[in-house]
Design a protein around this ligand. Sequence first.
Ligand SMILES: [Zn+2]
Length: 403
Amino acid sequence: MSKFFFLLACAAALFGQERPTVLKTATLIDGKGKILHNTIVVIEGSKIARIGGPAPANAITYDLSAFTVSPGWIDTHTHLSYHFDNKDRYAGRDEPPNEALLHIADNLVRTLNAGFTTVQSPGALIDKDFRAATARGILPGPRILTSLQPLTETSGDAAKLRELVRQRKEQGADLIKIFASKSIREGGAITMTQEQLDAACGEAKSLGLRTIVHAHSAESAKAATLAGCTSIEHGAFITDEVFDLMAKHGTYYDPNIGLVLQNYIENKPKYFGIGNYNEEGFAYMEKGVTIVLDTFRKALKHKDLKIVYGTDATAGAHGQNYREFIVRVRDGGQDPMQALISATSLSAESLRLGDQIGAIAPGMQADIVAFDGNPLQDVTAAGRAVFVMKGGKVYENLAGGSK
Ligand SMILES: [Zn+2]
């Protein structure tokens, strides 16, 4: 080795990734239902090496003992690309692409800084580029899973839907998004036939792809469950009978009760007059806030139903993904630990990433967030993420220094 390269190698050893990171914690929620006290988390590279034991001598240490530490949270349903444009209106096709890209980058940063280290975006073609950009590790943003463009009842007959599922896989989709009902602004009635759903979810399953299905009416949720689809999204009008069926089939339920409708209503002038964002649509959404809350309460009574954590965040909502937790616990009556498990390990399992993310344990990705306060005792603490690490890299640190 020449002297020059020897010096470079020494520099890499001194300043490179070899130095482990230590997080000092007082209260650590592991994502699977346990709380640990006064321990350390040792991180090597992108992964958690161990919990507890002596701190390595050469570690970079972050003292998070004034905070509550949890796995990075997961949002299984967020539309990262939806945003308000430079005129502060819901952005459409007439927006210059460079402006759109920067607004989307804002959404990514907001989401990550809120403590959401993984999100699923169903779906837009552009998600693919942001998935790649955040994976490169420079642009701050959560890990992204995307369906690319969704399939609807107008996509074609059963054969055509099968073809489109194969096409999405070739395009690089992580999952398939299907619309099986109208929007809540239009009453939510079923739009796809059983045959169409069987084809789309069946084909996806045979290719190893998950399917998440927009379904508001009980009829549409039932048809998607019988078709073997992975998850039902929204489900505002699901009945006890269909919840039982979903639990029996192991179909995930993603209720989105705490952010999406509230955000539309709070930002009404920015949406109003575009598509079905009209008086009738807003009237449906205002009624919807109570309807989805009641449906969620009903769902909680089905103890074996797997309720994942999605917000359906759209323009204006990014970075407020924690509001879903607040509404589920405070208004819906969900046990806070169960809500936190939903936002971490259960959602990870639903994404088939349960062995990589959603828990603080050796071998897992070091996706770790610290809150100012304990969300299990004070739900509003969920909105105060002060430290965010993704894959062993610190993206936000309002918690104080390191040494
Ligand atoms: Zn959505």
